[in-house]
Design a protein around this ligand. Structure first.
Ligand code: GSH
Length: 220
């Protein structure tokens, strides 16, 4: 690859365990887009460095750099990728199904993940107590999961909104993964989401995007 192409290559600022980065890793994989993985170690506070904050002033991953274009926030990145790289569409053309996908994704993005974000959990640990972080996160994950089960029960097929993978799946898979692996949520209470999770685990593009398979995943 010549220098010009190297510079044009997509770059993803990511952290192995970040569920928001995981969403975009799946989107890039499904669209068949190669990207350079740039790790930002959230545990070491690299998100607060002046260099990173120039890219995303709020100091969160993911950030996507596409040539001269810099986009942060997984929702915005998703919408950008969908328009710029229309191969393997991740939003259905049916308007109702599209709205359902956006609704389900946004429940994860706005009404679940912010309650389990590192910054939120640090605040709870300091102000309330370190033992309160997991119950706090679990409570909000379970509230969201209850709603998602109701929302999707008559719409789901093999995947969240039918038999094809769409936006909702890209947001659900990382959230379910975090619920199980980080917050010990009992998925027996969420049979539909548990079933979807099984289906996601069989898709190579999802497997490749998983926290355990990233260049910055700590060795066991
Ligand atoms: N709405 C944003 C949220 C981004 C976000 O919360 N990222 C987390 C990782 S999943 C983060 O960088 N946390 C760093 C911190 O809390 O300091 C998105 O969807 O990208």
């Amino acid at each position: 690859m010549n220098q010009a192409n190297l510079e044009k290559k997509l770059k993803l600022y990511s952290y192995w365990r970040s569920s928001c980065s995981f969403r975009i890793r799946i989107a890039l994989n499904l669209k068949g887009l190669e990207y350079q993985y740039i790790p930002v170690n959230l545990a070491k506070g690299e998100q607060f460095s002046p260099e990173f904050q120039k890219l995303n002033p709020i100091g969160y991953v993911p950030v996507l750099v596409d040539g001269d274009i810099v986009i942060s926030d997984s929702f915005a990145i998703f919408m950008y990728l969908e328009e710029k790289y229309p191969q393997h569409p991740l939003l259905p053309s049916d308007l109702q199904k599209k709205a359902l996908n956006i609704q389900a994704a946004n429940i994860v993005c706005s009404s679940i993940q912010p309650f389990q974000n590192l910054a939120t959990l640090k605040y709870i640990a300091e102000k309330v107590g370190p033992d309160e972080t997991t119950p706090w996160a679990k409570r909000h994950i379970e509230k969201g999961f209850e709603a998602l089960e109701k929302l999707l029960k008559d719409q789901a097929g093999r995947y969240a909104t039918g038999d094809e993978v769409y936006m909702a799946d890209l947001f659900l898979a990382p959230q379910i993964h975090a619920a199980i692996n980080r917050f010990t949520v009992d998925m027996a209470k969420f049979s539909l989401l548990a079933r979807l999770n099984e289906a996601y685990s069989e898709i190579p593009q999802f497997q490749n995007a998983m926290p355990e398979n990233q260049p910055d995943t700590p060795s066991a």
